[in-house]
Design a protein around this ligand. Structure first.
Ligand code: NIG
Ligand code: FE
Length: 412
């Protein structure tokens, strides 16, 4: 057994294991211990407390984090980190005045990424994806959800999901896989959306379930993509194969998708840049976590998810990167936490809660991740020496993470 003891200036985000998410006013609280110790055995947190109560007789490796802050590693519950190629030309086209929708309508966007991915080998896709993954681990991400959805054919969707499975087997961070076959309508089905929905339900889903390649089922519920009826059908079909629903919803338009997600007991509803009173009402007293993706709003110049409205009405909120080649080409959770404070008026406490425990909840893993709790996995961030945790979102764009610990081991 390996034992690791860390001496810490401030240990953040301490919760009883029974706390699986935080909502409303509770998000303003970030339980902490000053001058703390943290005791890790193998991959688990076994004890913590005031430094003066630190066991001194243990044969342990000791790590000195005096002057530094320790918090749970980020839990990024929404990414498309497995993709092929880049879309920087579309970025320049937007600077010249085209909108995201105009670019998509002329063959760019998701369909552009799908063509590139279909022509990329599984090995090359893996290599491109892990280059990004290694970067986000260094930036403090300890648990990540990864979606398919740039394949849009049975072969290419399975290729993406196998890459995700390989990442899960070969990397120390926690990985959850989502099947997002309903991300866009491929050109060959342009005039036969029903045909594509059938292909997803009758062909892709059974194959994916058979190979146990996904935990979640997702759909892009949006004008020009998939409507309420498609969403209802696909979430229902996913559930019948044992997948848990999640949705991309209310990115550009609000037309009742949130309520469909809630009806299917979705674990999360993501984007929510456009949100009305009915959506808020639909989310109250449910198990569904609203997820905001500020990197996408920043990059596309669309509205930010109204975090204050959600939290002030008593709801929880999670923050994730949406790391993808089209609308958010960054997987930096530190930037997301900063942007949530700067642009969405979230307090540092709310943003850190949203990026840890609530992110873990949105992946169904908050029993083991997302807070400093006895028995949870030792997935941790140790900061550089900083004056207070408020400094993390304040000093935006600066990398303040010195060490990342995953499963109790220091990651180089
Ligand atoms: O979550 N909104 C839909 N899907 C992605 C973006 C897809 C793309 O542009 O490649 C998102 O923002
Ligand atoms: Fe997304």
């Amino acid at each position: 057994m390996s034992i690791l003891i860390i001496n810490i200036k401030q240990l953040l985000q301490i919760h009883d294991t029974s706390v699986l998410k935080v909502s409303g006013k509770d998000m303003k609280i970030l339980p902490k211990i000053e001058n703390a110790f943290l005791h890790i055995e193998d991959d688990k947190i076994v004890a913590f407390g005031k430094m003066e109560d630190c066991p001194s007789n243990l044969k342990a490796t000791r790590l000195d984090a005096t002057g530094k802050i320790v918090l749970p590693a980020w839990c990024d519950s929404h990414t498309h980190i497995v993709y092929a190629g880049h879309r920087e030309q579309e970025f320049v086209d937007r600077i010249h005045g085209l909108t995201y929708t105009e670019i998509a309508n002329r063959g760019g966007g998701i369909l552009n990424s799908a063509t590139v991915l279909q022509n990329t080998s599984e090995e090359a896709l893996y290599q491109q994806s892990i280059a990004r993954l290694k970067e986000v681990i260094k930036l403090g991400t300890g648990a990540i959800e990864i979606k398919s959805g740039y394949g849009l054919t049975p072969e290419a969707e399975l290729k993406m999901l196998r890459v995700i499975k390989r990442i899960k087997a070969e990397f120390p961070l926690e990985v959850k896989a989502t099947f997002l076959g309903a991300h866009a309508i491929p050109n060959v089905y342009k005039n036969d959306k029903k045909g594509y929905v059938d292909l997803i339900i009758k062909d892709m889903l059974p194959a994916i379930a058979h190979e146990k390649l996904a935990d979640f089922i997702d759909i892009f519920c949006e004008q020009g993509y998939f409507d309420l009826e498609d969403t209802d059908k696909i979430l229902g079909a996913g559930k019948s194969h044992g997948l848990i629903p999640k949705i991309h919803v209310n990115q550009f338009n609000a037309f009742g998708g949130v309520a469909i997600g809630v009806k299917h007991d979705a674990i999360s509803v993501d984007h929510l840049e456009v949100l009305n009173e009915e959506d808020i009402a639909a989310l109250k007293n449910t198990n569904t976590m609203p997820v905001a993706l500020p990197g996408c709003s920043y990059f596309l110049g669309i509205p930010y998810t109204p975090a204050r409205k959600l939290i002030d009405s008593g709801l929880p909120l999670a923050l994730a990167t949406d790391y993808n080649p089209g609308s958010a080409p960054s997987g930096n959770m530190n930037f997301v936490v900063s942007t949530a404070c700067i642009k969405m008026n979230m307090t540092p406490e709310e943003a850190i809660n949203a990026a840890t425990i609530n992110g873990a909840y949105a992946m169904g893993i908050s029993e083991n991740y997302g807070s400093i709790s006895k028995g949870k996995k030792a997935n941790l961030i140790i900061t550089k020496p900083i004056p207070s945790y408020n400094y993390l979102p304040y000093a935006f764009g600066e990398n303040l993470i010195e060490t990342v610990i995953l499963n109790g081991k220091v990651i180089a």
